[in-house]
Design a protein around this ligand. Structure first.
Ligand SMILES: N[C@@H](CCC(=O)N[C@@H](CS)C(=O)NCC(=O)O)C(=O)O
Length: 224
């Protein structure tokens, strides 16, 4: 476990799935950290200094060492604090967790949000394309409580922060059910399991506030 002297700081943004997942990991490991909320529309000198390459949150600072990019930060946390492992030990399972996490952030997130908001080919086509992607994750959950097995792990943190607690709330704002129970029973079971974890509930953004925020972002995307 981390002690105060370990000096952990996290630069984040309340609505960001990328920083929310890092908070879940830190809390799960019992790491004490200082949280520095950032305005991503008016970036602080500190954020630009610590992440000059991407200029994005999250940024983790541990004993003066600076890390950006949420997947790498999660791996660093897992290797630094060994209790409550996040990534599978088995090399193949570890590679697959990384594979699906990349799929969530690079495919599911953008297709389920930007493509659905823009709906260039019509909203029904956009929904169908997005749900086709989510079906891959539905299949990955068959017979499991979490993607990581019996306990919450790396892919649960990535997919949980991105899908039910971010993008699905944007759909809710558009009055569309992104993950209907009858179509996605496994994902619905998984979301209930995630909601059953106190740390997850502590780390996810307030639902109404998140819907409101996502609708504002959607307006910006439509106008762009
Ligand atoms: N690949 C990055 C994505 C981080 C990211 O997109 N962060 C957003 C907040 S949701 C941000 O800082 N955006 C500011 C910007 O794009 O200028 C990660 O996994 O950490």
């Amino acid at each position: 476990m981390a002690t105060k002297e370990e000096d952990v700081k996290l630069l984040g943004f309340w609505a960001s799935p990328f920083s929310r997942r890092v908070e879940i990991a830190l809390k799960l490991k019992g790491v004490t950290y200082e949280y520095l909320e950032q305005d991503i529309f008016n970036k602080s000198a500190l954020l630009l200094e610590l992440n000059p390459v991407f200029k994005k949150v999250p940024v983790l600072v541990h004993k003066g060492k600076i890390l950006a990019e949420s997947h790498l930060i999660l791996e660093y946390i897992d290797q630094t604090w060994k209790n409550n492992p996040i990534l599978p030990r088995d090399p193949y399972e570890k590679a697959m967790a990384r594979f699906w996490a990349k799929f969530v952030d690079e495919q599911v997130g953008p297709v389920c949000f930007k493509s659905v908001v823009k709906a260039d080919k019509g909203i029904d086509v956009a929904i169908e394309e997005a749900q086709e992607l989510i079906t891959f994750l539905e299949k990955e959950l068959i017979g499991k409580d979490f993607f990581g097995g019996k306990t919450i792990g790396f892919l649960d943190m990535v997919a949980g922060s991105m899908i039910p607690f971010c993008v699905a709330q944007a759909w809710e704002g558009m009055e569309i059910d992104m993950i209907p129970e009858e179509k996605f029973p496994e994902l619905n079971r998984w979301i209930k399991n995630l909601n059953g974890i106190e740390i997850v509930r502590e780390c996810i953004p307030n639902r109404e506030k998140q819907i409101d925020h996502m609708m504002k972002v959607a307006e910006r995307i439509k106008l762009a």
